[in-house]
Design a protein around this ligand. Sequence first.
Ligand SMILES: Cc1ncc(COP(=O)(O)O)c(C=O)c1O
Length: 356
Amino acid sequence: MSSYVRPVIEKLNAYRVTPPDYEIVVNANECPWDIPTVLKEEICQQIMAAPLNRYPDAGFRRLLTALSDYTGYPEDHHICGNGSDELVAMLYQTFVSPGEITVSHSPGFAMYGIWAEIAGATFMDVPDTEEGVPDCKAMIDLANTHQAKMIFICNPNNPTGYLFSREEIVDIIDNTQSLVVLDEAYMEFHGSSMGDLIDMYPERLIIMRTLSKAFGLASLRCGYCLGNPKLIDYLYKVKAPYNINSLTQIAAEIVLNNRDLLKERLVLLKDEKCKINDLLQCLPDVQTYPAASNFIYFKTPKAEAIYNTMEANNILIRYFPDDHAIRLTIGSPEENKKIAKILKEVCHDQSCNHPS
Ligand SMILES: Cc1ncc(COP(=O)(O)O)c(C=O)c1O
């Protein structure tokens, strides 16, 4: 052990994941397709004209204009991060002092807890009920008991796909004193946001979103927070000067401004999700959860066998051994056919006459 390193860092595992080398990668909730060629060409053209010897625009102004057009809120209501991963870190740096408490629900997105540890804060999560539903009342009680500084709500939730109702979100905000962060990374897959709640709670609510999922830009790392400038201005104080590189600014702006080209994909993915869901529902011993996202979470005693068989077939899925659960990202129709075939085989489903 180095005598220089902070004890909390000594305990952490480094995130050194080799890029997956599988034929089908459905473990990270990405979009199965690259962005349309026409957009890639436009990005290339703009990159050719961009002076790469110069620092990027530290205030990513053109990107803010595109975001503002997308969200319907003025530019000063947004800040961008190098992926929303970076935004979670910035939220901790800005609002949570060492020793303070943050609260969320579980299973949930791991980075809320990891950045808490790095910040010297304590992260507490409330397990979902037996039915796989977040226990909002228990979250409220926990936040109040510990005077939690911040509450993370992931909507739709990763990994379960659970969609909180507006009433549930409002109930949590109204009945606690914490700053609430509503992570809408997968919002576009079900189509409705609760972003307008920032007007009701200008000093209590921040929405977090990403271009990594529905917009298909995971490789370029661009997330954003939406909130009243009363809160967003503080995040600008901790932002690294040039956190969004020029290539990302160019691509994100182009993709946002041409978002209509991506609409059909969302419809197709929704259809595909229904097909996989129907299949899972008629497999024996499989417990599914309604998912408002581009992935499906299910539990089965065969989870390990499913994971191993997928891997043997060059398919990478996400396996949660402790919960005997699988999270399956919805792939392209061709990918989903292969996945469905394996699911049926592993579950030895003689009774199921599902066509897919
Ligand atoms: C709920 C949730 N929030 C945030 C992120 C981070 O997204 P990114 O850093 O790619 O913007 C993810 C990524 O999987 C996620 O699932």
